[in-house]
Design a protein around this ligand. Sequence first.
Ligand SMILES: [Zn+2]
Length: 44
Amino acid sequence: MNVDENRAKELIREGICPVCGTKLKHQEGCTECIMCGWSQCGEA
Ligand SMILES: [Zn+2]
C-alpha cells in the first residue's frame, strides 16, 4: 500500500474527496463527489 492510497482513505473517512477536496456525499453504501464525479462503493 502506498502513501497516497493511505492518505486518500483517511480523507474519504473524513468525508472529503481525495481528488478535489470537496465534501463527499454518502448514499446507500457508496460515497461520491458531486464536483468531480469520484465515487467508491463497499469500503467504508
Ligand atoms: Zn471530487
